[in-house]
Design a protein around this ligand. Structure first.
Ligand SMILES: *[C@@H]1O[C@H](CO)[C@@H](O)[C@H](O)[C@H]1NC(C)=O
Ligand SMILES: *[C@@H]1O[C@H](CO)[C@@H](O)[C@H](O)[C@H]1NC(C)=O
Ligand SMILES: *[C@@H]1O[C@H](CO)[C@@H](O)[C@H](O)[C@H]1NC(C)=O
Ligand SMILES: *[C@@H]1O[C@H](CO)[C@@H](O)[C@H](O)[C@H]1NC(C)=O
Ligand SMILES: *[C@@H]1O[C@H](CO)[C@@H](O)[C@H](O)[C@H]1NC(C)=O
Ligand SMILES: *[C@@H]1O[C@H](CO)[C@@H](O)[C@H](O)[C@H]1NC(C)=O
Ligand SMILES: *[C@@H]1O[C@H](CO)[C@@H](O)[C@H](O)[C@H]1NC(C)=O
Length: 575
């Protein structure tokens, strides 16, 4: 059986696996487009910060620069820095997808700083041509090195010795991050507690690793739940895969599918093996829609309506004794919400990822980055179980598939099996959070990644140590960090409100971490006219904490300053 297997975003390798959903954050997609159609993100000043290629060995003095984006529009002396540790992609996408930081900056008098992850976007150690040349050049692409980059940047920004009495040293840093960026935010607070007061990490699957106790099939079980809760029939989808496979076996069925999906000439279905490409194509649409089941229109991989899962589920809901062709039509209509929402009549489905890449993700650069991370340090094992409305593929350990994919991709570049340290996360950061403090971990109930994180009942959670774990009803992949919107459910508004109070506490000397209150039940949200709620804190929630007034200080920094000038300004204002 040959099934397409998507790794990372752009690079798709055909192995015995399948198209694999991307872990990559939606925010990395189409960085130049407005990911959330309404969000307006303030301009930031770009600068480049020099870091050692290797923070951990003293073998070379090589350095390179990472890209940083700084905004001081709302900074007032004494305010904190809101910092975003860039994930696996160009930084600009994350700036757009993390609207909450911009929105809260005014409330906290905060500077806003985003740093790009090494090896992505413009943060290239060896030059774009050479970064992914071989194992020797890729070797420094690790989460640990990235965290060390951020630490060095922030220490410079704070002015050296963090224990010094100097004002810069006292600037407090609060981390925000979503998805892999959320993992980095949490891991940073774990590893560098002297540099960050805390982290708000959304949709960070910190336990989806070997020995983390998360079932391999959990991701697809949640995908299934999200669709069923939105009205889809379990049986229709489950039987749909069999239908596609049956049709792919006969000449008549192949013609039917090729016409129905308007399949490109170079990826036509002509046998069972090529039929598997269609299975992967439809499956990917379903999984991605669950991940980004946002209440309003978004445009990341593809333009999609608000609550795309609900829209797609309309076509999957009617139970009946359907023929294979009828089931195929249902899956076609559902997946079209993802691939071709605007019903462009010239749209053609290219099913073979080797021929045209992933239709939704072909705009991206650095296609080898995330796969490399998956093949070395960030090893996430997944497969669908029979309990899901997909099919049973957990008969073999997913690690074996991953090994094959990694060898196919990186074998010729020098990768060998022992380079995949599938216990690295367990060993570096741990899979038990009770030794740590001050991390807000949020998951969207609709998001398949939500099962990959800590749970409310886990040791060390919701204690006085400031570890909070919250699952937000009605929320998708890091919706809570996006620009607040009238169509976000009340649980999301309320979580944001409570998170603000927790962060205020972290920034206040001697404050005892507040107890997290239960989120209100999910209200019926009208999604007819969704609008951003800019500068609307506390979003209708009752505020019994400090208001976060700007006070009388008018020592606002000017925008458009280079990095050193920024540091200088801190000095000048204090004196
Ligand atoms: C960003 O800068 C450009 C050019 O200076 C300006 O036209 C635009 O209005 C600015 N955008 C925001 C959101 O401030
Ligand atoms: C379902 O349809 C098939 C073919 O049309 C038929 O053979 C079968 O008896 C039907 N089953 C039920 C439960 O109606
Ligand atoms: C495209 O067609 C489907 C029905 O097949 C419909 O649900 C959807 O709203 C259409 N898209 C747009 C943008 O009108
Ligand atoms: C399939 O795509 C081709 C090429 O864009 C287009 O001309 C044709 O109308 C499409 N067919 C259908 C049935 O949509
Ligand atoms: C396959 O066909 C599609 C659509 O016609 C085209 O965009 C793509 O470049 C083709 N791929 C190859 C490898 O020829
Ligand atoms: C999977 O579940 C279906 C029912 O949903 C059942 O008929 C089938 O036997 C199961 N397959 C395996 C391999 O357990
Ligand atoms: C792994 O990749 C290398 C280099 O491309 C190749 O020689 C080797 O046969 C591959 N091993 C497996 C098990 O596929």
């Amino acid at each position: 059986m040959r099934i397409a297997y998507l790794i990372g975003l752009l690079l798709i390798v055909v192995v015995t696996g399948r198209r694999r959903r991307s872990f990559r954050d939606p925010a990395t997609f189409n960085a130049n487009q407005n990911y959330h159609m309404n969000a307006v993100i303030p301009n930031a000043t770009e600068f480049f910060f020099e870091v050692p290629l290797d923070h951990f060995a003293y073998a070379s003095t090589n350095v390179f620069k990472i890209r940083c984006e700084l905004n001081l529009d709302h900074y007032v002396d004494g305010g904190p820095i809101f910092f975003y540790p860039g994930n696996e992609g160009t930084i600009t996408g994350f700036m757009t997808a993390t609207g909450i930081m911009w929105d809260l900056a005014a409330n906290f008098n905060a500077a806003v700083l985003f740093a790009e992850h090494r090896y992505y976007g413009a943060s290239s150690p060896f030059g774009k041509e050479n970064d992914y040349k071989n194992v020797a050049t890729m070797a420094y692409l690790t989460s640990e090195q990235a965290l060390a980059d951020y630490a060095q940047l922030l220490i410079s920004l704070k002015g050296g010795n963090t224990a010094a009495k100097h004002s810069i040293a006292r600037i407090k840093l609060c981390f925000f991050g979503g998805s892999y960026g959320g993992m980095l935010a949490a891991w940073f607070r774990m590893k560098y507690p002297h540099l960050a007061v805390g982290a708000w990490a959304s949709s960070a699957p910190l336990k989806y690793f070997n020995e983390g106790g998360v079932d391999w099939g959990a991701f697809d079980d949640v995908t299934t739940r999200t669709f069923i809760d939105s009205g889809a029939s379990y049986n229709n989808v489950k039987n749909g895969w069999t239908a596609l496979r049956n049709l792919a076996k006969t000449t008549d069925g192949q013609k039917f599918l090729n016409d129905l999906f308007n399949v490109t000439d170079n990826s036509t279905i002509k046998d069972s093996a090529s039929g598997e490409n269609l299975v992967g194509y439809v499956r990917e649409a379903i999984e991605y829609m669950a991940m980004v089941d946002y209440p309003y229109e978004t445009n990341f991989l593809e333009p999609m309506p608000g609550f795309p899962v609900k829209v797609a589920s309309q076509f999957l809901k009617d139970e009946g004794n359907w023929t294979d062709k009828e089931l195929a039509i249902m899956l076609f209509k559902a997946s079209n919400i993802y691939y071709n929402y605007y019903n462009d009549s010239s749209y053609q489905a290219c099913l073979d990822p080797e021929k045209c890449g992933d239709p939704g993700t072909s705009e991206l650069g650095d296609p080898l980055g995330w796969p490399w991370q998956e093949c070395t340090e960030i090893v996430i094992e997944q497969c669908a179980r029979n309990s899901s409305f997909f099919f049973d593929e957990c008969t073999d350990r997913p690690l074996e598939l991953l090994y094959q994919m990694c060898n196919d991709t990186f074998g010729k570049l020098g990768w060998t099996r022992p380079l995949m340290r599938y216990n690295a996360v367990r060993d570096l950061y741990g899979l038990d959070i009770s030794a740590y403090s001050n991390i807000i971990l949020t998951q969207g109930h609709l998001d398949p990644w939500s099962v990959g994180g800590y749970k409310a009942g886990d040791p060390g959670v919701n204690g006085q140590n400031g570890i909070y774990v919250v699952e937000i009803p009605g929320s998708a992949h890091h919706l809570d960090l996006r620009t607040p919107n009238t169509c976000d459910g009340n649980p999301t508004h309320n979580l944001r409100f409570q998170a603000v109070n927790i962060i205020k506490c972290w920034l206040t000397e001697g404050c005892v971490n507040p107890v997290l209150k239960d989120l209100p039940p999910l209200n019926d949200v009208t999604t007819v006219k969704c609008e951003d709620m800019i500068n609307k804190y506390p979003w209708g929630q009752s505020d019994n904490g400090p208001s976060g007034d700007k006070g009388s200080s008018t020592a606002k920094f000017m925008l458009a300053m280079a990095f050193m000038a920024f540091v200088q300004r801190f000095l000048i204002t204090k004196s």
